[in-house]
Design a protein. Structure first.
Length: 255
């Protein structure tokens, strides 16, 4: 669940704020991405996926408001798996407000049953991000699901889980190398229904602990073709919580 490109850094890029634009007022845009997998916070939901997105930005000085919608359709249940038309689907609507190096965003995730009840089919995720600018290449983000299908059993009672995710990311580049790199690490601070677990886990014990779920490196280069930008991304990572390697190659057309 998250915005843009279903690579290992989906959570990272979803949390990354849109900083001040050169001109005040409204601007509109979008992109269509193709990725070899859809990975969210260290867990893979599907293989080959197509992901269109549209958005509108309003800027005034250093303030920016972004509204948008993002969709994922996976054609494999896992990377390099068999093709299927019944793969994972997700529709996200989001709003983000940023000022200089601080951003607050809200994402409404909807998986598979887009017209079902909110409590069973949606999750509202709120994120605070600091940093992530040219002047501050280190970004820190905290996300918490505050509404929707995010509950866990406490004794005999079903209570809100407030599933959360914290991530640190550092953007860097090498001289004379036309690739932008991002190194990131993210963890789940407490029990969450979204955590996948090995069969030998003791849930009562393990789900009270923080778990590192997403460590990785991404490289990106944008090609220009006829006035269009064509970013190409590749990432590799590891989820220590389930001892699983993560990888993805993706490209997109921005307009």
């Amino acid at each position: 669940m998250k915005k843009i490109y279903a690579v290992l850094a989906v959570a990272l890029m979803a949390a990354a704020p849109v900083w001040a634009q050169e001109e005040d007022g409204w601007s509109f845009g979008g992109d269509v991405a193709l990725a070899t997998s859809y990975t969210w916070r260290g867990y893979t939901s599907g293989g080959l996926s197509i992901q269109p997105e549209v958005f509108a930005d309003w800027t005034r000085g250093d303030f920016c408001l972004e509204l948008g919608a993002w969709y994922n359709k996976s054609f494999q249940d896992e990377p390099l798996g068999a093709f299927t038309m019944g793969g994972y689907s997700e529709m996200d609507f989001y709003a983000e407000a940023s000022y200089k190096w601080v951003a607050v965003s809200a994402y409404d995730y909807c998986c598979d049953d887009f017209f079902g009840s909110y409590a069973d089919n949606h999750a509202l995720d709120v994120t605070l991000t600091v940093g992530g600018t040219d002047e501050i290449p280190l970004s820190l983000a905290w996300s918490t699901i505050v509404a929707g299908c995010d509950t866990k059993m406490v004794g005999l009672e079903q209570k809100r889980a407030f599933s959360s995710y914290a991530e640190a990311a550092y953007a860097f580049a090498f001289p004379d190398v036309p690739v932008d790199f991002t190194l990131s690490a993210g963890l789940v601070p407490w029990g969450s229904p979204y955590i996948e677990a090995p069969g030998d886990w003791d849930y009562v014990t393990e789900l009270t602990k923080p778990h590192l779920t997403n460590v990785g490196l991404q490289g990106e280069h944008a090609f220009e073709l006829g006035g269009l930008s064509l970013p190409v991304r590749a990432s590799v990572g590891f989820n220590p919580a389930i001892n699983q390697m993560l990888w993805c190659v993706g490209c997109s057309i921005e307009f």
